[in-house]
Write a protein that binds this ligand. Sequence first.
Ligand code: NAP
Length: 276
Amino acid sequence: MSSTPVAVVTGSNKGIGFAIVRALCKQFQGDVFLTARDPGKGQAAVAKLQEEGLHPFFHQLDIDDLQSIRALRDFLKEKYGGVNVLVNNAGIAFKVLDTSPFAVQAEVTLKTNFFGTRNVCTELLPLVKPYGKVVNVSSSVSISALASCSKELQQKFRSDTVTEEELVKLMTKFVEDTKKNTHEKEGWPNTAYGVSKIGVTVLSRIQARMINEKRKGDHILLNACCPGWVRTDMAGPRALKSPDEGAETPVYLALLPADANGPHGQFVSDKTVRTW
Ligand code: NAP
């Protein structure tokens, strides 16, 4: 088993994830894994970074596929005995002009952004080593979407006692409500992406609490963040930040020094803790 520290970035064949891998290759003292659901795209991305003189490793990972997540888990366990840095970056967003029914957009978006990210966490968080860092890439849209929720939902999502099971039930209910076209009456905002990212931010708050309860003394720091508005296939060419600039906050959280006590369980953008 290798004692080399290891970092893993989900959805890193392009966009912000790719830029996070690039930055980690330069700044993280250890092996960096670029992962992609499509091995061809993943290997091509690795080759691109090799041309820059960087040396990421590759592992396949489709966060929608439990078998794929478990294969990565087993690999990390066997080869490294765990993981030091996990960046949950993979995500999707329907284009504004997409004509798919809202219920379809809700189901598909929640499947990857919330349920897929949660499955990765369920399988990999137990492997995170002492002093490890976990970064869940959410979005500032989670804050604006929260403000558009009913008072009752806002209270649940801001609660310091909400459980992961309750959160999963709420995310499932959103998808069900969109199918019945009752989501607005039930207090949900009209954004599937926004609700999926509320899920990621609240999940991060819950996971940080669980780490405090179950792994006190392990000094693990886990946060949600927004990379900003970044020029990628998701956000388009008019966005303000380059992918490398978008990677800055996730990388800052991934490389917090060993003696840092925080941030932990926070929502961070531009390296600053924001009020949830
Ligand atoms: P992007 O360029 O579309 O890249 C998304 C990445 O996620 C791609 O590598 C994609 O792989 C991967 N992915 C999607 N579904 C996956 C799955 N099931 N399993 C594994 N990988 C999967 O988007 P981006 O702008 O870099 O976004 C990265 C993250 O930042 C997302 O979580 C996004 O919500 C968040 N974010 C972005 C912005 C922005 O302005 N760009 C703002 C706030 C938050 P494929 O190439 O195979 O599709």
